[in-house]
Design a binder for this molecule. Structure first.
Ligand SMILES: [Zn+2]
Length: 168
């Protein structure tokens, strides 16, 4: 696949996840996909919802979903500021640690695609009330990497994934 085709596929994936999550769970402020090579970050998708309760709902629901024949593992993530977690050197094309850096190497999306997302979000939410309480300190993380092993949290994971049937 050419770089162009890879980018196209990536943006298709991004769009798919972004709009489905926004539609089902609530307004998204930011979404990042990690291009790192290390196991604990590779392919991770981080979604910052405007409202904390939407993130909670997404984290619960997405754990019952599959994406492209692979189970989704999802959890709430304590990262409050995506900029802080991201590798600045990578953004400037200068990260000496390559794919094994422990800061997020956020896979960039094209300016055109950014505009599409921004326009869509604005038109979708401009009519909504601004009076709701907003919480910006909890985020939901999800990713479709079945090899990933999560830092364990005391949540039961003994549901049988074979019974899960998502749309994918
Ligand atoms: Zn880096």
């Amino acid at each position: 696949m050419s770089d162009h085709e890879i980018q196209e596929q990536f943006e298709y994936f991004f769009e798919d996840v972004f709009f489905e999550c926004e539609e089902k769970y609530g307004e998204i402020e930011e979404m990042c996909v990690c291009d790192n090579q290390c196991d604990h970050l590779r392919g991770n998708v981080y979604i910052k919802f405007r409202r904390e309760e939407d993130a909670v709902k997404a984290a619960e629901d997405l754990n019952n979903r599959w994406y492209m024949f692979r189970p989704i593992y999802c959890d709430l993530c304590p990262v409050a500021d995506f900029r802080e977690a991201s590798c600045r050197q990578f953004e400037m094309g200068q990260c000496g640690k390559g794919g094994f850096c422990n800061f997020w190497h956020v896979k960039p999306i094209s300016h055109h695609f950014k505009n599409v997302l921004a326009r869509s979000s604005r038109s979708r939410y401009k009519h909504r009330s601004r009076s709701r309480s907003r919480s910006r300190d909890k985020h939901s993380e999800k990713h479709a990497d079945s090899k990933h092993r999560r830092r364990s949290r005391s949540r039961s994971r003994d549901r049988d994934r074979r019974d899960r049937r998502g749309r994918y």
